[in-house]
Design a binder for this molecule. Structure first.
Ligand SMILES: *Cc1c(COP(=O)(O)O)cnc(C)c1O
Length: 365
């Protein structure tokens, strides 16, 4: 039997908003049914409000967050283009891989895992890059990278930002920060199962679109004809109708709560969790001042582990005894750090209290 009582406190997926279950139960419509197209338009409008943008091309891309990443690069990067990428975790690393496969000359700007990128170093890395790409919320470390001063500063460079774990969890200002291309994922702070990548591209990015990118499926020229509703809407690929219903419903829940209130709920839960962990004697991994509320990384010293358990067994005990899922560490801190998500519908004080109580019982104080 499938478990339905899990508290999903990993790096994702988070628990979906209750409205999402109703959305999945809706009768199916065709992808060109006027009723569905009206709902898609409304979803795009809701995404504009959550991304804080007026960008005409704002829509849910069919695919997970990584598809959003690939679409962002493949549509604007031509072979030989210089792409500056900030790397301080798994997802910055993935950006380098994707940009490299597009034929870019990748210029890496690195920071140690657990520390934020230096924005000035990103700006100084190359005199005329085509793109500067940064992960806003590094889910592999719990670090927030500063985006605010990177836009429209370096000649023609487009600013490309991964908002997968930041959108709806912490402030994101696509227009205010002059971000040219951004993508997110549904399963992090938006409280929807995985499957779509909310995507937005501004005028500077549209002016630089490759007319024939080397991906057919992610070709924004073709996708735009279907999703923007300008001119005749033509079939490109069949939209994942039920996932769009679900995203529409969750965005409705977020906007009804209020976007700022959603940020505040994530902030308060993250703060309570981080304070609670420190009160239990645990040390946080991400640098103070750059910690994400929605993803907390914490050192799990071997000597604190319950008798006879390694860190994987301790996570398993949390899952089996308390129904709480948390994530393990990655890269250089694999096996030594846990990643605790508090995102979307999961970001509730009762879940923080439950986890802290479970940790106290499991680890002692
Ligand atoms: C989860 C995540 C991704 C990848 O998203 P998928 O939905 O797993 O494809 C990309 N970037 C960041 C920052 C993420 O947290």
């Amino acid at each position: 039997m499938l478990r339905s009582d899990r508290v999903l406190m990993g790096p994702g997926p988070s628990n979906p908003y209750p409205e999402v279950a109703e959305a999945f139960a809706r009768p199916l419509l065709g992808h060109l049914d006027p009723e569905f197209l009206a709902l898609l338009d409304e979803t795009n409008e809701r995404l504009r409000r959550v991304f804080r943008t007026a960008n005409r091309l704002t829509f849910p891309l069919s695919g997970t967050g990584s598809a959003g990443m690939e679409a962002a690069f493949v549509n604007v990067v031509r072979p030989g283009d210089v792409v500056v990428v900030g790397v301080n975790g798994v997802f910055g690393e993935r950006m380098c891989d994707v940009a490299g496969r597009c034929g870019a000359e990748v210029v890496r700007v690195e920071a140690e895992w657990g520390r934020p990128l230096d924005p000035q170093q990103l700006l100084d890395a190359h005199p005329a890059p085509a793109v500067i790409a940064v992960v806003h919320a590094e889910t592999s470390t719990g670090v927030r990278n500063d985006i605010t001063c990177l836009g429209q500063t370096e000649g023609d460079a487009l600013l490309l930002v991964d908002c997968v774990t930041s959108l709806a969890g912490i402030p994101v200002e696509i227009d205010g920060w002059h971000v040219d291309l951004a993508y997110a994922g549904t399963q992090k702070c938006l409280g929807v199962p995985p499957g779509l990548a909310p995507f937005t591209a501004g005028p500077r990015a549209l002016a630089r679109l490759d007319e024939r990118p080397r991906s057919w499926y992610l070709d924004l020229n073709m996708i735009a004809r279907y999703v923007t509703g300008e001119g005749a809407r033509a079939y490109h690929h069949t939209a994942p109708i039920s996932m769009v219903f679900a995203l529409h419903a969750a965005l409705g829940a977020v906007l009804e709560e209020g976007l700022e209130q959603s940020w505040e709920r994530h902030r308060a839960c993250g703060q309570a969790l981080q304070d609670g962990l420190e009160a239990l004697g645990f040390e946080l991994f991400a640098e103070r001042g750059h910690r994400l509320p929605e993803l907390t990384s914490v050192w799990i010293p071997a000597e604190r582990l319950p008798d006879g358990m390694d860190e994987a067994a301790a996570r398993r005990a949390l899952l089996e005894r308390y129904g709480i899922e948390v994530g393990g560490g990655l890269g250089p801190v694999a096996g030594r750090v846990w990643r605790i998500g508090c995102m979307g519908h999961t970001a509730r004080m009762r879940n923080v209290t439950l986890l802290l109580g479970a940790l106290e019982e499991l680890f002692g104080t």
